[in-house]
Design a protein around this ligand. Structure first.
Ligand code: KG4
Ligand code: ZN
Length: 397
């Protein structure tokens, strides 16, 4: 089954053609990073206008790259939530209009579910048999190389941080979620505090790497960078919940008083609304005070975040006796997290699967993948489906 996937939930416009939910024929993403970088974050109005300008060329390019005609496409899928209403509306409307015009089945996809299904994607087309929409084989459920149920999934994106147990396709049990900032949100806000670019995740990862490289050149251990600052970790013992706001605030206090001496830790005080809205200004001052210090702070922040995410995920994997852990969402692209989690799981013989980096951040291939598993079970949506900006995963309890 060939599915055309469309993604437009935030600031990326994506279209992809995927065979049988796994094999990638094309994956086109038009990013708006440069447009939003000057504002230090996504401006919703600008994002939806950009979506409108790029969606048709992106879809045309995806068909072209996949060497596909419209007649080859079996179904169309588009994200209907969660995300920015204006952005979602563009992809969903175009997807429904194309399905109507081409008389094809249509499916609206939950963006978070799609992030999880990025783990089913493979770069190469292994030439597997084509599963048709009519003659769906049990083959849709499992093919060699797929993640194995039951599994624990750590969903960490710009707006979500959830630890989820999956016992089968489409079955989600919520184990824990963030009580304040999402992991990606914390990376983005801390990057602003430190005067680093948007999106914050990759910028912090790069700055942390610079600090580690510098220490390695000085023949010192990289652990010195990761522990340059003693930052708080919210363990919230007895739960699988997360919290990143104290960590973010600690970085804010340190950045205000940043000096080139990594061991200077200012006593913490209260942080008011006014100060928080001045992240960018504070960051700019801090950069002037010492780039190496900023890099060490980035490395220490990343380490604190990764520490909690990796340990709590490992604990959940142990408690629920799963065979596999999968990572999903933009923050899953973080190399430190991937390495650390692998180290946590290795002695337990639990496999970690993380999507290739380009499938971690927003893309349409994951939309087509998630759609395949629903379509294979006979699901479709009517063309009256509306956007749901606040949609969450369909949890069982
Ligand atoms: O899943 P995603 O592309 O969009 C949402 O659905 O929210 O996630 C975006 C988030 C941003 O907060 C971004 O800073 C973060 O993912 N991110 C990273 C990395 N790459 C992207 N965070 C940490 N390390 C990275 N390498
Ligand atoms: Zn996303």
């Amino acid at each position: 089954m060939l599915v055309l996937g469309i993604e437009s939930s935030c600031d990326e416009t994506g279209a992809a053609i995927v065979r049988d939910g796994r094999y990638l024929l094309s994956n086109v993403v038009a990013s708006q990073i440069e447009v939003h970088n000057r504002y230090g974050g996504v401006v919703p109005e600008v994002a939806s206008r950009q979506q409108l300008a790029t969606i048709i060329p992106v879809i045309e390019t995806a068909l072209e790259k996949a060497n596909c005609q419209w007649g080859d496409v079996d179904a169309i899928a588009a994200t209907y939530g969660p995300g920015l209403a204006g952005s979602l509306l563009v992809g969903l409307t175009v997807g429904k209009a194309l399905a109507l015009a081409r008389n094809l089945p249509f499916l609206g996809v939950n963006h978070l579910e799609a992030h999880i299904y990025a783990n089913w994607l493979r770069r190469e087309d292994a030439g597997k048999p084509h599963i048709s929409l009519v003659d769906v084989l049990a083959d849709w459920e499992y093919q060699e190389g797929d993640p194995i149920f039951p599994l624990i999934c750590l969903v960490i994106s710009g707006a979500h941080s959830e630890l989820v147990l999956m016992r089968g396709h489409g079955q989600y049990e919520l184990l824990g979620r963030t009580r304040d900032d999402a992991a990606g949100e914390a990376f983005d806000k801390v990057a602003r505090i430190l005067g680093l670019s948007y999106p914050g995740g990759p910028a912090i990862q790069e700055a942390a790497q610079r600090a580690e490289d510098e220490l390695q050149q000085q023949k010192k251990s990289v652990a010195l960078a990761r522990n340059a600052y003693r930052l708080p970790r919210a363990w919230l013992r007895g739960t699988y919940d997360f919290s990143f706001s104290r960590l973010k605030t600690a970085v804010l206090h340190l950045a205000e008083g940043a000096t080139d001496d990594p061991h200077v830790v200012r006593p913490s005080g209260s942080v008011g609304r006014k100060q928080v809205s001045q992240y960018t200004r504070i960051g700019a001052q801090a950069v002037q005070r010492g780039p190496m210090n900023i890099a060490l702070l980035a490395a220490s922040f990343q380490e604190a975040g990764v520490d909690v995410l990796a340990v709590k995920t490992r604990l959940a994997a142990q408690e629920y006796h799963v065979k596999q852990v999968v990572l999903a969402g933009g923050v899953a692209a973080n190399i430190s997290l991937r390495t650390r989690l692998e180290q946590e799981l290795l002695p337990l013989r639990i496999r970690l699967s993380s999507p290739p980096i380009e499938f971690c951040t927003d893309n349409a291939a994951m939309i087509a993948s998630a759609a395949f598993f629903h379509l294979s079970q006979g699901e479709q949506h009517g063309l009256d489906l509306d956007v749901q900006p606040g949609l969450s995963l369909p949890f069982r309890k």
